[in-house]
Ligand binder design. Structure first.
Ligand code: PBG
Length: 334
């Protein structure tokens, strides 16, 4: 038996590599950088400045003027991309999402203003009808109240074309209709927009974590919570996510997404191991809200919980993260 003057006879002491900040930085396996981050932003029509979103501290509904200011700051802080969502007045919503295709839709001047102020900041436009429907669903309803796939895809193609025309760099279908990536790719190509990318919300789950977002875009229902299980994925499934990703790949997606992120780290990992495409993960509104809420109650430390939540998503395999924390964490990162 070997001798040991000071105690246990251990060949490997893991704590040697944890002893100082310097050695910890040498052995660190995952590094989050500002180049990984995408900031979701909300825009509304009208004047009067930014309007806070109650369930998302620090998040606002911008007017076009404050949106442009915010984009300038994000660009200065090294954030490469924003994802823009419109908040549409109730009086403009209808069952057919007519306002999606109206040239008066605030989304289009907002995209134009962002691109003219910050031409190098990528603008990702969400392709879905829920901001425009009075029932809050992502598509057009059939006789029985279900979302009709093929008619919805047609409307999504029209919306994506208008977004491209307004100057969006990437369109991101978040609706979960079948065949929409292929249809949008064909529509864009037919219009000569070969350069416009598609970020497919490939594995988007029917999640309770979207609650605060629905407040932000005012698509929440007071009478009954929205049930999107007829098109969004069952939280129980992971193989199905791989099939969704494969289909979106075959249909021509340039990037794929898993959403939400924090409760779906296993899905992020599984997708990372099966696709060669860049992978995005969306840390959604409820993930953001719960960290704020617990911190306000004094139950969690805000900054370290925030940072750990983002690092975990990167470690699981995401190449890029959509997060409402992007603007505030970017200055802290390399
Ligand atoms: C809708 C859409 C949703 C989100 C992004 N696009 C909500 C939903 O599907 O009901 C959620 C984002 C978030 O919660 O932060 N097409």
């Amino acid at each position: 038996m070997s001798t040991n003057r000071d105690g246990l006879d251990l060949l490997r002491r893991m704590r040697r590599n944890r002893a100082t900040p310097a050695v910890r930085s040498l052995v660190r396996e995952t590094i989050l950088s500002r180049a990984d981050l995408i900031q979701p932003l909300f825009v509304r029509a009208g004047e009067g400045g930014a309007e806070p979103v109650g369930s998302m501290p620090g998040v606002v509904r911008h007017t076009v003027a404050t949106l442009v200011e915010e984009c300038r700051k994000l660009e200065e802080n090294g954030i490469p991309a924003v994802a823009i969502f419109p908040c549409i007045e109730g009086s403009k919503k209808d069952p057919l999402a007519t306002h999606a295709h109206d040239s008066g839709n605030i989304l289009f001047p907002a995209i134009r203003a962002m691109k003219s102020a910050c031409p190098n900041l990528l603008v990702i436009a969400d392709v879905a009808l829920d901001p425009y429907t009075d029932h809050g669903h992502d598509g057009l309803l059939d006789q029985r109240g279900g979302v009709e796939n093929d008619r919805t895809v047609e409307a999504l193609c029209r919306l994506a074309l208008s977004q491209a025309e307004a100057g969006a760099d990437i369109v991101a279908p978040s609706d979960m209709m079948d065949g929409r990536v292929k249809a949008i790719r064909s529509a864009l190509d037919a219009a000569g927009s070969h350069q416009i990318g598609i970020l497919a919300y490939a594995a988007k789950y029917a999640s309770a974590y979207y609650g605060p977002f629905r407040d932000a875009v005012k698509s929440a229902r007071v009478d009954a919570p929205l049930d999107k299980r007829g098109y969004q994925m069952d939280p129980a499934n992971v193989r199905e996510a791989l099939l969704e990703v494969k289909l979106d790949e075959q249909e021509g997606a340039d990037m794929v997404m898993v959403k939400p992120a924090g409760a779906y780290l296993d899905v992020i990992r599984a997708v990372r191991e099966t696709t060669l495409l860049p992978l995005a993960a969306y840390q959604v509104s409820g993930e953001y809200a719960q960290i704020h809420a617990a911190a306000r109650l004094g139950w969690l430390d805000y900054a370290s919980t925030r940072d750990e939540s983002l690092l975990a998503i990167k470690r699981a395999g995401a190449d890029m993260i959509l997060t409402y924390f992007a603007a505030e964490v970017a200055p802290l990162l390399a």
